[in-house]
Each structure stands twice: as structure tokens, then as C-alpha cells.
Ligand binder design. Structure first.
Ligand SMILES: Cc1cc2nc3c(=O)[nH]c(=O)nc-3n(C[C@H](O)[C@H](O)[C@H](O)COP(=O)(O)O)c2cc1C
Length: 205
């Protein structure tokens, strides 16, 4: 039961050491984000934004507020993966291209917007949970796409969220969910660590 996709998933590990001389072109970065944005989001909210930190100046700005983690200066690019607080009022605009493409009948749009309003509008914790879920799905798709291109990646939560918010001018409704470094690796990274047995993490119901 294996194939190239599964091989890519099961062989990934978090990188620590990157080829410091490697760059990714803006087109490669755009393509990685495009792939990331094919991940699913609740009500098709697409409540994410990706800041590609790839110049020496921007890396130097990020590193001290991210625990001085080496991938930030070593990897070709580090994404600040932002989730946006879930806001049901954007749903008509987000679904318009789906209607235009003939995928969804226009009269179904309120059937998505109204329940989303009930779910999120008066519930700040749910708005934030959705921001975190959305950004995490996007980052995961980018991690595996990068792996399929032979690139390493490092998801990182070791950073000062308030400082990142300020230093990169995030909007009030944006949460810096994680940093994600991506780039060609250099030798020395650990292989993938053993996992807890499936029997310990799976229950059938
Ligand atoms: C949400 C999240 C946050 C993480 N934060 C960091 C981090 O700040 N620095 C770091 O070096 N690794 C970080 N990691 C990498 C984990 O340590 C790593 O994924 C874990 O040890 C499992 O190893 P593997 O990814 O190589 O299988 C993070 C991973 C995740 C999913």
C-alpha cells in the first residue's frame, strides 16, 4: 500500500540544517503558496496569509524575535503563516468565484453564510481556533509539496507572536500561527523519529 505520495509523507522530517547559499525564486515561492491554498478551509473561508521572509534584511528582523532559530537565516525562505479570525461576512465574496465557475448555485450561498455567522460571530475563541486550523492545513500542504520537490522544511512555534505581529505589520485580525522554513537542506539533519504505536493513538468506535 505505498506510492510516491505516501513515500513523500512518511519520509519527511523537520530540518535543522539548510544550504545557506540556496535561494528559491519568487515564482517557486508563489507556486508553493498556491499549492498551500488548495488545502481545505471551513466554509471556503481561505482565511490565511503567507509572508515570505527571504531577504537578508527581513531574516535579520525575524531571527531575534524567533528564538534566534538557525533555519530563519539558513533556509532559503521562512513563511510567517498567518490565520485570519473567521469572519462569516466574507463568505459571499469568497464563494463568488465558485458560483461563477458553475460549481455552486448562487442561491446556496446564504446556506453557508448563515450557519457560519451562527458559528463564529459571537465566539472569539472559535474565530481564533479556525484561524489556527486554516493556517495549519495550508502549512501542511506546503510542507509535503516542498518535500516532493526535494526541499526540507521546519515548522516552528518558537517565536514571540506579539513581536512578529508588530515587526511584520500583521492586521488586527491576523494570528501568526507558525513559522515555516523551507529550502534545500545540507547534510546532518536527523532522520525521522519513531512514532507512538498506532495502537496507542487509534480507537475504533
Ligand atoms: C507546531 C509545531 C511547532 C514546532 N516548533 C519548532 C520550533 O520552534 N523549533 C524547531 O526546531 N522545531 C519545531 N518543530 C519541529 C518538531 O520538533 C518536530 O516536528 C518533531 O520533533 C517531530 O520530528 P519530525 O518532524 O522530524 O518527524 C515544531 C513542529 C510543530 C508541528
Amino acid at each position: 500500500m505505498t506510492n510516491a505520495v505516501i513515500d513523500c509523507i512518511v519520509s519527511r522530517s523537520a530540518a535543522k540544517y539548510y544550504d545557506r547559499s540556496a535561494c528559491l525564486s519568487d515564482d517557486q515561492i508563489r507556486e508553493l503558496v498556491r499549492i498551500g491554498t488548495t488545502a481545505p478551509t471551513s466554509f471556503h473561508l481561505q482565511n490565511w496569509r503567507f509572508i515570505a521572509v527571504r531577504t537578508p534584511e527581513a531574516k535579520a528582523r525575524l531571527k531575534p524575535i524567533a528564538w534566534n532559530q538557525p533555519p530563519i537565516t539558513e533556509a532559503a525562505v521562512t513563511f510567517i503563516v498567518c490565520g485570519q479570525l473567521a469572519d462569516s461576512s466574507v463568505i459571499p465574496e469568497r464563494l463568488a468565484p465558485v458560483v461563477e465557475a458553475g460549481i455552486m448555485p448562487a442561491d446556496l450561498v446564504p446556506d453557508w453564510e448563515i450557519p457560519a455567522r451562527g458559528l463564529y460571530q459571537d465566539f472569539p475563541q472559535r474565530q481564533r481556533d479556525e484561524a489556527v486550523r486554516t493556517a495549519t492545513f495550508g502549512a501542511a500542504a506546503m510542507i509535503y509539496a516542498a518535500r516532493s520537490w526535494g526541499l526540507g522544511s521546519t515548522p516552528m512555534i518558537g517565536f514571540d507572536a506579539d513581536a512578529v505581529h508588530r515587526a511584520f505589520q500583521l492586521a488586527e485580525d491576523e494570528v501568526p500561527v507558525m513559522l515555516l522554513s523551507v529550502g534545500p537542506e545540507r547534510p546532518g539533519n536527523w532522520p525521522q523519529k519513531p512514532r507512538r504505536p498506532v495502537a496507542d493513538v487509534l480507537n475504533f468506535a
